[in-house]
Design a protein. Structure first.
Length: 103
């Protein structure tokens, strides 16, 4: 009967402690979107400005989100967004950088 004492955490997508985390969820969503944009645009050489800047902002928001995250599910999503942002940032830097071609 030990299973009867475990809390049901399957009802919530992000908060496994049954409390709302609006700031952490917002940072998670922003980091995932920025990571996806940065990763996808890094595949195109001419979009290096977009990929490097979105990657940099995604890394910053993801790092702050990791710092204040409270659940494992938040950390997992933030890690995916951070990885995509970092790959997009580094490829954007290799293709021309943050200010390449502007000056």
């Amino acid at each position: 009967m030990a299973q009867a004492l475990r809390p049901n955490t399957a009802g919530s997508l992000f908060a496994t402690d049954d409390r709302p985390h609006p700031v952490q969820d917002a940072l998670l969503a922003v980091t995932l979107v920025l990571g996806a944009v940065s990763f996808i645009t890094a595949m195109f050489h001419s979009l290096h400005l977009l990929s490097s800047w979105t990657g940099l902002v995604g890394i910053i928001t993801g790092a702050y989100g990791q710092w204040i995250s409270e659940t494992t599910r938040e950390r997992f999503g933030l890690l995916l967004g951070l990885g995509a942002s970092a790959i997009g940032f580094f490829l954007g830097m290799a293709h021309g950088g943050l200010f390449g071609g502007l000056f």
